[in-house]
Design a protein around this ligand. Sequence first.
Ligand SMILES: [Zn+2]
Length: 155
Amino acid sequence: MANVESFDLDHTKVRAPYVRLAGVKTTPRGDKISKYDLRLLQPNQAAIDPAAIHTLEHLLAGYLRDHLKDVVDVSPMGCRTGMYMAVIGEPDEQGVLTAFQAALEDTAAHDCPIPGVSELECGNYRDHDLEAAREHARAALRQGLKIQETILLER
Ligand SMILES: [Zn+2]
């Protein structure tokens, strides 16, 4: 089976909430695509409820694009402790941290309907929790985001 970057990260040594550059790929034409690990909760200590991370996905999809250009994708991690973000180019980590912080501030302040929540626009439109999503954003901001380096597992 192909090697997967996140399986090489020592999840016991990171300190959430954080922003981590998970990897950079070069396309056949030489363009770069960067993948970021945007972690909200400490791995294996807690997890975001499915409805709340679903709402975070909807809100951060728009708000991260408001603060960072060339975002390709923002998706929840299956472990429900954060999001992955793919972006064209190689934005510096401090810029990504600033954008993530601004997107979390927007999320914490979001008090209108969640975007994309209808049977036409979403695959599970009943499964949302705006208040819990806002609380996760507030909690991460309270704790303070850091830049996390990648600490590889020793095998
Ligand atoms: Zn959805």
